[in-house]
Write a protein that binds this ligand. Sequence first.
Ligand code: FES
Length: 172
Amino acid sequence: MEPSSVSPHTPAGVGDNRLKVLEATMKRNQYRPDALIEVLHKAQELFGFLSPTLLISIARSLHLPPSRVYGVATFYHFFSLAPQGTHTCTICLGTACYVKGADSLVTAAERAVGVRVGNTTVDGKLSLTSARCFGACGIAPAVIVDNGMIGHTAPADLAARLVALLASPSED
Ligand code: FES
């Protein structure tokens, strides 16, 4: 039986392989319903939070009722169902990106926005997070800012981009 795949309507930008990485995680677990927690962890690691669309897609892929998936996602405090900040910056710390200097990106980003990875700026404008692999190792080091993938990222460029984001008015 062919398992259903993750919906293309899940939030993702052009060149964004996060859905493929999530799909690979589910496939490795043979789309078993008991892999739900692992899959939710992976989804949060990739996207920073679990949107309703993402939860529904996961439910479909794992052959679980959406209510069950939603229930598990809300039960555990380490799952977040909404982005903390208006903007998000996720720095990949996977091996390929690390080798290409992801740690320098972390340092530059933390200095630029004034919070450590895993936190949101006090004005609620930006959440700084990390992930383990976007499936875009060929353009390492990779960063995703507001669902837009940036490859071959230079620390100074990332810092400038984040400072500009913080200075700009909020937008939809
Ligand atoms: S290790 Fe960063 S995209 Fe794969």
